[in-house]
Design a protein around this ligand. Structure first.
Ligand code: GLA
Length: 395
């Protein structure tokens, strides 16, 4: 991203004569290595921030207006509102994410004393399930934090971002995305316990392997309603188990304990959903151990088992993700592959030996096109830092 250029465009758009008080920020997207649909079940996740993300150039104003423009949605035009009017407005489309963030920062007691002008440009592939919305929420949180010296702890911004998603937008998602985006660290995965929010950075020593992001380019229609449905199915399964077991979440169970009690869940679909949540949590803990041992084969096998469970038990993959992942499994030099994120389209990831990457992309790409009828896209993931200010790097 050319931040000099973006700064120039910012000054033109908002008519500023110089760069006085103009500051630059970056907020990443994320991939999840393993631990899918476990966050809202009180289990572990293992995501990392990537170097694709959302850039923002911002300056504080003297009055109480917020003006936002995204180069990714020029048709939405300039989005404007006041700090005194922070209600959800359907016509403000993408602007509701920043609006919600600003609203909840204020409601949490961090006074935002003045308005801001912000120009945004992101390079996360659109609608790909790489958390462009969490990236935007955390960007706005960090911009406000830095422009006004609010000193909001990062973990509070993470929780406020989740609140935007849950209460302002209406998606019942867990904490993984905002956590990965806000707390990411270069070349590290984050093993996060979503029940306690205890976390550990794990250096990704991939021994010359690359993480390939494979985008199905399938629109994620209906994703939100299916997502909320999966979540409530897990809650129902948990309620049956709680009649006998003293547990707060499915993440509290081992696979063995689950097997011994799954007869308490009188519905086969609910059993399958819960089984995924429990075993995926176990796989995530094992995956960290394999990574620490440098055993990429072991790590890759757990990735494959994760995908299988998301396909068979959680039923969130679909033909596009399955085609990509199953083609990936057949390639030389591939340790493992799985869908990443919510599913129902979006992206998968694969762990591939560097020297095999070109032939991997060619062969998997061909298999996808011949079965699905349009192209998938491929990107090599680089693991980067969480949301941060870049002003010093521009000047
Ligand atoms: C989406 C949600 C996350 C998480 C994943 C599935 O990305 O935003 O909270 O539940 O799906 O693991």
């Amino acid at each position: 991203m050319d931040l000099q250029q973006l700064t120039k465009e910012f000054r033109e758009l908002f008519s500023y004569g110089d760069t006085e008080g103009v500051r630059c920020f970056f907020s990443p997207g994320r991939i999840n290595l393993i631990g899918e649909h476990t966050d809202y079940n009180g289990g572990r996740v293992f995501p990392c921030a990537i170097t694709y993300g959302t850039y923002g150039v911002a300056k504080r104003r003297a009055d109480r207006r917020i003006r936002l423009f995204s180069k990714n949605f020029p048709e939405a035009g300039m989005i404007e509102f006041s700090l005194d009017e922070l209600n959800y407005a359907p016509a403000q489309t993408w602007g509701n994410f920043p609006k919600g963030m600003i609203r909840y920062i204020i409601e949490a007691g961090w006074g935002i004393p003045a308005g801001m002008d912000i120009l945004i440009e992101g390079n996360i592939p659109n609608g790909a399930g790489l958390s462009s919305s969490a990236s935007l929420e955390m960007l706005i949180g960090v911009v406000a934090n830095e422009l006004f010296g609010l000193e909001i702890p990062r973990i509070s911004l993470v929780k406020l971002g989740k609140q935007v998603e849950n209460e302002f937008i209406g998606v019942n998602s867990g904490i993984m995305d905002q956590f990965a985006v806000g707390m990411g660290k270069k070349d590290c995965g984050i093993l996060l316990d979503c029940e306690t929010l205890e976390y550990e950075y794990a250096p990704l020593n991939l021994n010359g392997c690359k993480i390939i992001i494979m985008n199905t380019n399938k629109r994620r229609e209906l994703a939100d309603s299916k997502y909320n449905e999966r979540r409530s199915q897990c809650e129902s399964a948990l309620a049956f188990l709680q009649k006998v077991l003293n547990i707060r979440s499915l993440g509290a169970l081992t696979g063995q304990q689950f097997d011994a009690h799954m007869h308490l869940i009188p519905d086969e679909i609910l059993q399958k959903r819960a089984r995924h949540a429990v075993y995926e949590n176990e796989r995530t803990i094992k995956a960290l151990a394999e990574l620490k041992k440098g055993n990429l084969e072991g790590f890759g096998k757990l990735m494959n088992a994760s995908h299988q469970s998301l396909k068979e038990d959680y039923e969130v993959t679909g033909i596009e993700l399955d085609t990509l992942v199953e083609a990936a499994w057949d390639q030389n030099g591939t340790f493992g592959a799985r869908m990443t994120g919510a599913g129902f389209g979006g992206c998968a990831i694969a762990l591939v030996e560097a020297c095999e990457v070109d032939s991997f992309i060619e062969t998997v790409g061909k298999a996808y096109r011949s079965k699905i009828g349009y192209d998938a896209s491929f990107y090599v993931a680089h693991i980067g830092d969480g949301t941060k200010e870049l002003t010093a790097e521009v000047k």
